[in-house]
Design a protein around this ligand. Structure first.
Ligand SMILES: [Zn+2]
Length: 96
């Protein structure tokens, strides 16, 4: 293996790393649900139920006096796949 091949592989590894990082970030900010039956991402929320709720104070940043208190909800989601019609449930945590 010569040096330019090695350089190319390093670049490729970095590129893939950034790509996966972006995908991961996207998944944490936007909820993506996948149908367990057909793996389709074309899933709609038909209903939801709040299982638990609590208030959280985000750490880091903001004044110590606070005021930045968020409501965090544990929710049960009722989802339906638009591709195959399969209905399923999942749990999620939402912060408001
Ligand atoms: Zn499906």
């Amino acid at each position: 293996m010569n040096q330019s091949t090695l350089f190319f592989l390093v670049l490729l590894a970095m590129f893939l790393g950034i790509l996966f990082f972006n995908l991961y970030q996207r998944n944490t900010t936007k909820e993506v649900h996948k149908c367990p039956k057909c793996d389709s991402l074309d899933v709609i929320e038909v209903d939801h139920q709040t299982v638990d709720s609590r208030t959280v104070i985000p750490s880091g940043g903001g004044s110590p006096a606070g005021g930045d208190v968020r409501l965090q909800l544990d929710m049960k989601l009722f989802l339906r796949c638009k591709s195959c019609g399969h209905g399923f449930q999942t749990k999620t945590t939402r912060t408001y």
